[in-house]
Design a protein around this ligand. Structure first.
Ligand SMILES: NC(=O)c1ccc[n+]([C@@H]2O[C@H](COP(=O)([O-])OP(=O)(O)OC[C@H]3O[C@@H](n4cnc5c(N)ncnc54)[C@H](O)[C@@H]3O)[C@@H](O)[C@H]2O)c1
Length: 342
């Protein structure tokens, strides 16, 4: 049995407590939250769990294997650092920390102490997202031109981070995973309408190697819940709608064809005729699954030494670097900013 402490029992923490309590391979021994009411709510729902406002109580338990952190982003570094130093494996909610410098520090510490550092980029554990990765990797879509990623809803409105760090973090992790790279630059604009200085809406354009463009629209100030991703390749095109339980992925046999009509005028625009192919649309069947359950099980596999984190510290550090570039670009009226690599 892998013994776990969950830190933070607000909106998201109870989902993690539930998964690690029901896995069959793990037990939640402690829940730590600075808010006594949250601790009381946990004891009511999970009577066998010990609660505390102090992480130190859990870390002193030599039998404790892992710490799972679901607190506001600004607290991630301190809590994860403490847990790793105490020799515990760590699963921390996204984004890893609020700076690439502290994210890198955690990666280095995890390496030094030989413990798993995994980050809750839950969309990577979504079966439909895995199917999209296969389509891209196997060349079904051909050369990728661009991705459009829309993630909107009305709320929840956060005050600890802006819409990029909260919402676009998911899309950046997906784009990096699918394209197996990270962007070279970011240009972004944001608007903070509700709380000054905290963007409720962010529009960002990322440039990936190979001239691939990724456009992000992330907002918690929108009338409609949307999780809409479009991937356009030169052979086929694909949509991924995470709000659709039955058919989240659709693959369109659509493309633009260029037929050379006057081979004698090589390289001349007028020597080609463009036409569009409107082929069939396919809805691949995708096994139903619970992404958070998959994520938690993967963390346990990693602790047992049977897997390497799909969303490990280094992958999460790449996401944080992109988020930093987006923030920097927003602060400079949308200037294109290089994504850091050091
Ligand atoms: N993967 C997802 O889809 C997803 C969804 C929601 C939230 N999250 C992430 O989960 C994390 C928490 O988000 P939330 O919405 O649950 O926030 P929340 O504000 O609802 O809950 C945070 C909890 O942490 C507690 N807390 C704060 N500082 C603490 C500390 N130092 N020690 C112990 N407890 C502390 C608070 O009392 C609160 O109960 C964030 O990183 C967020 O990005 C991820």
């Amino acid at each position: 049995m892998i013994r776990v402490a969950v830190i933070g029992a607000g909106h998201w923490g109870p989902n993690l407590i539930n998964n690690f309590s029901t896995s069959g391979r793990s037990e939640v021994r402690y829940v730590v939250d600075v808010d006594a009411d949250r601790c009381a709510a946990v004891r009511e729902r999970f009577p066998s769990v010990k609660t505390s406002s102090d992480l130190g109580v859990a870390l002193e338990d030599d039998e404790l294997d892992a710490v799972v952190i679901a607190t506001p982003t600004q607290t991630h570094f301190e809590l994860a650092h403490q847990a790793l130093l105490a020799g515990k494996h760590v699963l921390v909610e996204k984004p890893l920390t609020d700076s690439s410098q502290t994210s890198l520090q955690l990666c280095q510490l995890a390496e030094k102490v030989g413990k798993v550092l995994m980050v809750g980029h839950v969309f990577l554990y979504n079966n439909a997202a895995q199917r999209v990765k296969r389509s891209i990797e196997e060349g079904e879509l051909g050369r990728i031109y661009y991705l459009s990623m829309v993630r909107t809803n009305l709320g929840p409105i956060r005050v600890d981070v802006d819409a990029a760090w909260d919402l676009a973090a998911h899309d950046i992790s997906l784009a990096n995973f699918w394209l197996d790279s990270s962007p070279l630059s970011a240009a972004a604009s944001g608007g903070g309408f509700i709380n000054s200085g905290i963007a409720d809406v962010v529009f960002a354009t990322l440039r990936y190697p190979g001239d691939i463009l990724v456009n992000l629209h992330a907002s918690w100030l929108n009338p409609r819940k949307a999780r809409e991703i479009t991937v356009v390749g030169d052979q086929k095109m694909l949509t991924f709608d995470d709000t659709s339980a039955e058919t989240p992925v659709r693959i369109y046999d659509k493309q633009v064809l260029a037929e050379q009509t006057h081979p004698e005028f090589v390289d001349s625009f007028s020597s080609f005729r463009m036409s569009v192919k409107e082929g069939k649309m396919e809805e691949p069947s995708i096994a139903k699954g619970e992404p958070l359950r998959n994520e938690c099980e993967h963390f346990l596999d990693c602790i047992e030494g049977n897997a390497i984190p799909v969303s490990g510290g280094m992958e999460a550090l790449s996401v944080v670097r992109v988020l930093e570039a987006i923030s920097k670009s927003m602060a400079t009226q949308g200037r294109e900013v290089r994504v850091g690599s050091q």
